[in-house]
Design a protein around this ligand. Structure first.
Ligand code: ASP
Length: 343
């Protein structure tokens, strides 16, 4: 039987085409996907599409879109071998990361892709990205199981774990990277899969579990020289905030000024979940290395290890949506749940 793939179009540059009359970029009708990308017809696949309404620039992505996406995938899970999500590049890493925490016991590929140039322009990277994403979403191993049963981003020449990826370039065709995790696959003449790295579900036959309750009461405190106590306190101790991501220096370090430690302690006393993620794109948080990191640990901050900010955010949204118990959230946050950290 032919494999079948569902392409889900949420918006973004990839689905745009020049309107011949007005000369402006407009989303094209994805029901005509085979007309636009006839190469897809060469695969022995059934390719269906689903278009979100309204289509959005991904700068407008909200948790509601993630919930709708997760539910759509759950609803059609048994009908398709894999899913390709077309998404604007700007927030693709946030969406892929959060979806990875929302989808449990995933045994089928959910491959995000997009493009830097619209699919209707001559030098577009959209066609290549889409064709590779579809091929990867349909790929099976010798036992007939999905080759990549993960939420991933296929972009340029690489397939990256969704919760490890970050947008690195607003111009290059290789726009994404996952600095702390090698690619799950590299697309050259052949698509070469990194089979030892790709995660497998505990069982191939479990129904998809969807965690569609998200608690977004998270603030991000990015440290920088010159930060004032007022600014830091507003971000860390606001009554609406349940968790704070501290974006720290290097291996998880912060200025040693006593007022900063006092603010962190105050946030901790308020019961907030405080997590430490480094501003460095590569390497991990280790709060035992320097006194400035140690002070954070002693004040109640837990390590985000080598998580990206996008992954830390999605992980907190999903964990906090599951439970009101902040001690449990803190504990779970330090676990490797979906391959998002190296421990
Ligand atoms: N602003 C667009 C978006 O993220 C850019 C893109 O699609 O690449 O939707």
């Amino acid at each position: 039987m032919k494999s079948s793939i569902l392409i889900i179009y949420t918006g973004g540059t990839i689905g745009m085409k020049q309107d011949p009359v007005e000369g402006t970029l407009k989303p094209f009708d994805f029901r005509q996907i085979l007309e636009e990308v006839p190469e897809l017809g060469k695969f022995a696949l059934r390719v269906d599409s689903y278009t979100f309404d309204p289509l959005i620039d991904s700068s407008d992505v909200e948790p509601g879109l993630w919930i709708a996406l997760a539910r759509l995938i759950q609803e059609r899970y048994d009908r398709y071998d894999g899913f390709v999500v077309l998404h604007g590049t700007d927030t693709m890493a946030y969406s892929a990361a959060t979806l990875s925490f929302m989808l449990g016991d995933l045994a089928k590929p959910v491959i995000f892709t997009g493009s830097q140039l619209p699919i209707g322009t001559p030098r577009t990277d959209g066609k290549e990205n889409l064709i590779s994403a579809v091929e990867i979403a349909a790929a099976k191993d010798a036992e007939g199981h999905a080759m990549v049963p993960e939420v991933a981003i296929c972009f340029g020449s690489v397939l990256l774990r969704g919760n490890r990826a970050t947008k690195m370039s607003s111009e290059a065709f290789d726009a994404f990277d996952s600095p702390d995790c090698p690619p799950l696959a590299v697309a050259g003449i052949n698509i070469r899969y990194n089979r030892t790295l790709i995660r497998k579900p505990s069982s191939w036959d479990l129904p998809l579990r969807v965690q569609d309750r998200l608690d977004t009461r998270v603030s991000i405190l990015r440290l920088h020289p010159g930060i004032t106590p007022q600014v830091a306190r507003n971000i860390a101790c606001g009554p609406e905030t349940r968790a704070v991501i501290l974006e720290t220096y290097g291996a998880g370090n912060a200025p040693s000024k006593p007022w900063l430690t006092d603010i962190i302690r105050e946030a901790d006393r308020m019961g907030k979940v405080l997590v430490n993620v480094s501003q460095c794109k590569k390497g991990t948080v280790n709060m035992d290395l320097y006194a400035t990191g140690r002070a954070l640990k002693d004040a109640g901050v837990v390590s985000g290890f080598d998580a990206t900010t996008e992954a830390a955010l999605g992980k907190l949204f999903a964990l906090m949506g599951l439970s009101d118990d902040n001690a449990w959230v803190k504990k779970q946050f330090q676990e490797d749940l979906r391959g998002e950290i190296s421990k």
